[in-house]
Structure formats: structure tokens, C-alpha cells
Design a protein around this ligand. Structure first.
Ligand code: CA
Length: 231
């Protein structure tokens, strides 16, 4: 899952960015509203963490602009001001939830998970595909009831693919959601991580779930071909 963090205070931005990276999210950081809109224009995010007080504009205006452009990405507004008016204004501008500074990192993670759950294809905290399950709270993966040990990138890759089951995912889509732009040779990295992931989830099983779509990318699923109804 790819997250944009919009925060002008370097220490807080670093704290959030590092914390999210450690639990496996791909994270980009923007220091003001203009930079945030720039990133949103070139990348596709699964959620945006948006500070209200920014040097060039405020988070409410940024959120309003996103919604006016038809971008429905979940927004978690972060504010140092705990006034009722600000919360109402934040939600009215199109934010999905808000968090008051200072906050515990565990609460930020929980609210982020709640926002990602609102995606239409995914409700609940456990993703399931055939006998493969991924618990987004415990960060654990099992196949056929047996726990698998994944690296944090393999986990992120699997989570993204499980949220888009039976759908061919291009390397570009995978790179955008699981990696950041600062990786030079993402295509090779993806192949290496897919190789490792496939060995762990499919290795010993007669039914293969991770398929290569030659020249395009990869698909996780039980179907031989793309499901046109998959989202
Ligand atoms: Ca700020």
C-alpha cells in the first residue's frame, strides 16, 4: 500500500515516514500543499495523511482540491488544533477521518487500516484468497493453516496483490503501490521479490496462486484468466 505523508515539520514527517516504512508501507513525503498536489498528480496513493497547518496553504484546501478533481483517495487529516470547528471543516472538505496531535503511532496505524478497509473490495482485517490468508493487524500470512515467514517487502507485495485478486497487475502498478520512485531498477526488484514470494506461498502446494503474465506482470488468483468483474 502506498501512502502520501503531507507534513511540513521535518521531525514529525520523519517520524511518520519511518514508522510507516518499517511496517511495510511505501511512503512518499510532501512538505507543503503544492508538493502534495504534485505527487497526487503523478502517483496513485491508497491513502493520504494530511497535516492541516501547512506553510503555503492548509490541509482543508488541499483536500478540497483533491475532491474537486475527483480523487477519492482516503484522507486522514492531522491537526494540532482540537477545536470542534476544525474537525467539522476537515470532514466537510472531504477528509475521511482526523487525528489530533500529539498522537500515538499505534493510533495512526489503526486509523490508516480503518481507511484502507473502506476500499470496496476489502472489508475486515483479514484478506483471504483460497487457502491463503493475510492478517493486516497481526501482519501474518498463512497458507493451508501453516504460517509463512515473509520479508516486509514480500508482505507488502502480497497485500497489494490480495486486494486485487484475479487481476493482472503490471509491473508499473506494482512499482507504484509497493515501491517508491527512488528505486532505479524497480522492474528487476519486483521480479526478485515475486520469485521469493512465490517460493514461499506456492512452493510446496499443488495449486499455484501466483501466476506470471508474460510481458505484462503478475496475477494472484485461482482463475486461469483475468476476471472481468475483479476490481
Ligand atoms: Ca504543520
Amino acid at each position: 500500500m502506498r501512502i502520501l505523508v503531507v507534513e511540513d515539520e521535518p521531525a514529525i514527517a520523519a517520524f511518520i515516514t519511518q514508522g510507516l516504512s518499517e511496517v511495510g508501507y511505501a511512503v512518499d513525503a510532501a512538505g507543503d500543499g503544492a508538493e502534495a498536489l504534485y505527487w497526487v498528480g503523478i502517483a496513485e496513493y491508497d491513502a493520504i495523511i494530511l497535516d492541516v497547518m501547512l506553510p503555503d496553504t492548509d490541509g482543508l484546501a488541499v483536500c478540497g482540491t483533491l475532491r474537486a478533481r475527483g480523487i477519492a483517495t482516503p484522507v486522514l487529516m492531522v491537526t494540532a488544533r482540537d477545536a470542534i470547528d476544525d474537525r467539522v471543516a476537515g470532514l466537510d472538505s472531504g477528509a475521511d477521518d482526523y487525528l489530533v496531535k500529539p498522537f500515538a503511532f499505534a493510533e495512526l496505524l489503526a486509523r490508516l487500516r480503518a481507511l484502507l478497509r473502506r476500499e470496496p473490495v476489502f472489508r475486515g482485517t483479514v484478506l483471504q484468497l483460497a487457502d491463503l490468508t493475510l492478517d493486516t493487524v497481526g501482519h501474518t500470512v498463512q497458507r493451508d493453516g501453516k504460517p509463512l515467514t515473509l520479508t516486509s517487502k514480500e508482505y507488502s507485495l502480497l497485500e497489494f496483490m490480495m486486494r486485487h485478486p484475479n487481476q493482472t497487475l503490471t509491473r508499473t502498478a506494482i512499482a507504484e503501490h509497493v515501491w517508491n520512485y527512488d528505486f532505479d531498477n524497480v522492474s528487476n526488484l519486483i521480479d526478485v521479490h515475486i520469485f521469493g514470494l512465490r517460493r514461499k506461498i506456492d512452493g510446496a502446494h499443488p495449486v499455484k496462486l501466483l501466476h506470471t503474465v508474460r510481458g505484462v506482470g503478475y496475477r494472484l488468483g485461482t482463475l486461469e484468466h483475468d476476471d472481468p468483474n475483479a476490481k
